[in-house]
Design a protein around this ligand. Sequence first.
Ligand code: ARG
Length: 424
Amino acid sequence: MATVVLAYSGGLDTSVAIRWIKEKYDLDVIALTIDVGNDRDLPAIAERANKIGAVKSLIVDARADFVKYFVWPALQAGAVYEGEYPLATALARPLIARLMVEVAKQEGAVAVAHGCTGKGNDQVRFDVSINTLAPDLKIIAPVREWSMTRDNEIAYAAEHNIPIPVTNASPYSTDQNLWGRSIECGVLEDPWAEPPAEVYAWTADPDTAAAKEPTYVEITFQHGVPIALNGDELDGVTIIETLNKVAGEYGIGRIDHIENRLVGIKSREIYEAPGAVVLLAAHKALESLTLSRDQTRFKEIIAGEYARLVYNGQWYSALHQDLAAYVQSTQRFVSGTVRMKLSHGRCALVGRKSAHSLYSLGLATYETGDQFDHNAALGFIKLWALPLSTQAQAQLLPSIGLEGNLLSSEGTKVQIAEKSEVQS
Ligand code: ARG
């Protein structure tokens, strides 16, 4: 019998899918559960898949690879979508797709399947990655294909003796991995509605956390990769897990974002990403000490491009390779330690040091020992102002008025600030 490899989360959708695929496509299902730090009972999930009718269940612990090949490069890039979202869900998709493809090849499967809906970004990320890596594999997306409501699914499960994982089903759609937790749907669909306390699982209420004594954490980076916390060398998974816990207890890392999806709609997303928020801030602080002004400015452009590419599912692309090579190059002196103070809802940067620091006390100080040549500033200012004053004399002076008048390109006056008459 031909087989399909299903990315199995253990939730309602993919549980129903095991049975539905068998019925609809007459394919045997191999359930593949991938651990990217989702905090689930994996053996129990694999067992459930077998009970429902999967011919085989596989578990892959991909946490270390996720951190090494996806999370750290994104951190080095400073990738944050639309200035808000550290991209946890988006970063895991290409890894999961790759593992689905690998397992499908090993098992001689003819197809792969995932539980995405037809409305989100995740279907795009999966399908684009799979098509790129293995164009011959058929992709089955049951939730996109069937027209069942949640209640229909529950009825289908009851009818086919499928053990339903959650009894009092949550109204939210969530996804989580080491880099963060994503929550959508339910009351969150109203952008005016304040998220109820129940949507948060990783972070304490920042107001409650105000009672906690602030704490300090020191993060050491080597070439832009975190390698130690408070002087203890730790592996990446442990560093992120520890920071998620410690910063989460202070209510750090809650994000409320109206996000532009690739499929053209705006959606309201809540994220919890305590570790990511702390690490991104710390990494940026170390870069501000070790990169030049021009490197910093240019890298911000790359960060935006990198984040968009990850969000839009273009991980397996030449553009990604190019941007990643640039980012790696920028990180060669981004080594050192950053000190952060964690208090309720806030991580404040309080110190940074690096053997490659570009900060020079002799140049910066206003105290004795000042090495900055104050007289040189005069010549510098003269040349810096030269093109401005030249242009002003030739073109602008007649029109630069205190009242904010500008000249249009034809030389006519354009009034942009009009005085209003005050009548008494
Ligand atoms: N909007 C985020 C993204 O596109 C998160 C998606 C979360 N997925 C979910 N099933 N809740 O990356």
